[in-house]
Design a binder for this molecule. Structure first.
Ligand SMILES: C[S@@+](CC[C@H](N)C(=O)[O-])C[C@H]1O[C@@H](n2cnc3c(N)ncnc32)[C@H](O)[C@@H]1O
Length: 212
């Protein structure tokens, strides 16, 4: 199901600043070589993440779900001089492509890639997060949220991707384990009075959550 009218999507693409050369190349090579290329955030969402990061000027960002590194590079653009982004990827093959991409970036020194299961890596990261981007396995979104929220500074942001899950959360009853997990996550955040939230219909849905 197209969540956003394809004409509106194309229009948004046209009126959004272009990707830099490295991001454009990563998007093109991922599309040409990866069986799951649709997982990459893409131009408009990538610029949105960059814009948020530039506004927040974070010292510490956590990304859960690196894939080929596109969104980590977008988020890294807003980091302070001494800022760092930690990004976690469970698949060795994707992690090595991402690392090769990071090595070509002027922000390479600010990006720390962890290879392994985010659920076991996150508790070992002793940081206070300004921004967390949740973009990994859908069944664990609520676990990730519960794990990271205590480590987010007041006023900090959590951004969760795919919260419309290809439109499957709009169907009644919601079926399929991923769509059910996303629906449960959205409900969980809705009842959490410690955060403000807005669900944006960008691409596959972005839930922006600000800790009070
Ligand atoms: C949607 S893709 C991420 C896309 C990336 N953020 C971007 O916009 O370019 C999700 C990634 O999360 C990874 N992943 C899935 N489960 C994970 C886990 N438990 N721990 C770490 N990474 C995981 C997948 O291997 C996949 O590369």
């Amino acid at each position: 199901m197209d969540i956003v009218n394809p004409l509106a999507e194309a229009y948004a693409n046209h009126f959004t600043s272009p990707d830099d050369a490295l991001l454009a190349e990563i998007a093109a090579s991922t599309a040409a070589t990866h069986a799951h290329a649709h997982m990459l955030s893409g131009h408009v969402q990538g610029k949105f993440l960059e814009m948020i990061s530039c506004l927040v000027q974070p010292r510490r960002i956590l990304e859960i779900g690196t894939f080929t590194g596109y969104s980590a590079l977008c988020l890294a653009k807003g980091l302070l001089k001494d800022g760092k982004i930690h990004t976690i990827e469970v698949r060795d093959q994707d992690a090595s492509v991402a690392q090769a991409n990071f090595n070509r970036s002027i922000d390479a020194g600010k990006i720390i890639l962890h290879v392994g299961d985010a659920l076991s890596i996150i508790p070992g990261l002793n940081e206070t997060w300004d921004i967390v981007f949740i973009d990994a396995d859908k069944v664990n979104y609520t676990h990730y949220y519960q794990l990271v929220l205590p480590m987010v500074r007041p006023g900090g942001l959590i951004i969760a991707d795919n919260v419309l899950f290809h439109g499957q959360v709009l169907q009644e009853p919601v079926s399929g384990k991923n769509a059910k997990a996303i629906q449960a996550f959205n409900e969980y955040v809705l009842q959490d009075a410690s955060v403000e939230k807005v669900l944006l219909t960008v691409r596959d849905g972005l839930l922006m959550i600000r800790k009070k």
